[in-house]
Design a protein around this ligand. Sequence first.
Ligand code: F6R
Length: 585
Amino acid sequence: MCGIFGVTKDKNAPQTILSGLKRLEYRGYDSWGIVVKGKSRLNLEKHTGKISGSKTVLDQSDFGIGHTRWATHGGVTDANAHPHLDCTGHLAVVHNGIIDNWQELQKKIKGHKLKSQTDSEIAAHLIEKELTKKNDLFTAFTKVFSQIHGYNALIAIHQDFPYLVAGKTGSPLVIGIKKGNNLIASDVSSLLPITQDVVFLEDGQLAKVSADKVEIYSTKTNKKIPLKISHISWSAKEADKGKFPHFMLKEIREQPKIISEIKKSKTYEVDHLAKQIKTADSTFVVACGTAAYAALSGQYFFSRIAKHQINPAIGSEFFYHSDFLGPKSLCIALSQSGETIDTLQSVQHAKHKKAKVVSLVNVPGSSLSRLSDQTILLDAGPEKAVASTKAFLAKVTLLLLTAYTLSGERQKAISDLSKAEKAIKDLFASEYTKRLKKLVNAIYKKEDLFVLGRGQSYPSALEIALKIKEVSYIHAEGLPAGELKHGPIALIEKGTPCIILDPGDETSSDVLSSAMEVKARGSYVIGISIKDNPVFDSWLPIKKAGEATVFPMIVVGQLLAYYLALARGFDPDMPRNLAKSVTVK
Ligand code: F6R
């Protein structure tokens, strides 16, 4: 939800900011803009549309900030693109979040000329108003930031001050520590080509960042806070597409390696988590979107493997049914970014109720990891495609491993996961790609599609449908196969594609009956299964991997979504209307 990138002394600031924003584009791609220090005033450039492939026309400068936008307040126009200038053209802000009380604040800047419909621009004029002979930029910013309500990350730059000021409540901000050119950005991976040393700004903190100095202050006490520098082990190469045409394909292909790493390296953390689940009165697994489907998969694994009840919960709904939380509850939060506001708020609520919080999170140092009592890093490397693939599989790998650990059968987990790794690798063979493309050719013009699963493959059906709808814009619905006859079957017409998930377990005969039912109504039936069946018009085979048979099944769904997006002429990495990190409610 909007990406921010700023430099304090870079000999080619416009270009460095442009490159930084390109690495942040997954956070929003409605419009972008850069402002740099000029000879007598700030120089500004703003455009609607994606930043990838764009060039900057700004003159050389060594100091500036930029922004890539996911629109909230105000449509997608050049005027609404950030940065926003004040009336003098000497001050500019970039913003990620929503200023909840913008209407009230707007009344304070009567007479100022606003050029956009955004809440963000108001902040520029408020700071302008506070800037006096007595108040420098930092003081003026501090006064304004304390009046702003909501979840926000705000940065200001001024032609006459040699530093950037940043404030944060909710939305993420990271300071890149680089001698002679300290930086500010929305995430760590955008900083990696320049520095791996970072300071995470916490909620309620302000930062004053110049080329040689970084100072952090508390908004509550106004006191200086000692710098806590973290070293990030991710490399810039990992955040690169490499030889792949898209991040989505690269990330899908990384999955066997990720499973293998988790299997080898997470024994200690998983043991600890299993013990906590065992002793907790109740366990809630809270997450959003794809991560919530991973939580649902976890419920099946724990029930079937460990005979243990866990409760999956959707982040945005958790608050409404969490009255049972107490000091003996365990809340496990799943998140790729660790910045999803609905997940963060659920965790804050759980903490408020004194529950223990463990997070399974991919981005090191993210807000969620800093908020949790224990963090298990997914170690999946930077995930750049907006649609989550490898982080999903990393989460379910950890949940499967934990369920087996709880049942005292860790070796079985290792064996199932090894089989899954091999089964997934088979899907990358060129013959398999041909098979997928042939199917895509048969269905890519359809506008509706259904994915049916039962038992453990029900969460997989939801996840496959989500991937297909996100990147190909085909209306795809995942359903528990048994629910079909209770309503959705009314939607089946001649030629409607139905994907049947059959992992060859106890759900087989029932899910195949559903296949017969849709076939009888003219559906084009696609099986993702370990065995072919006469009911299938098209068959995508997978190999059995014990309780992890759903893993290769999901990867087939991810690949299908990817090739459907390409066939329909869409960019799978940056689907319309979406942003990777959802930091607004
Ligand atoms: C779908 C997708 C989203 C995210 C969701 C939660 O492909 O990526 O549904 O899973 O926004 O994000 P994280 O995992 O970062 O909390």
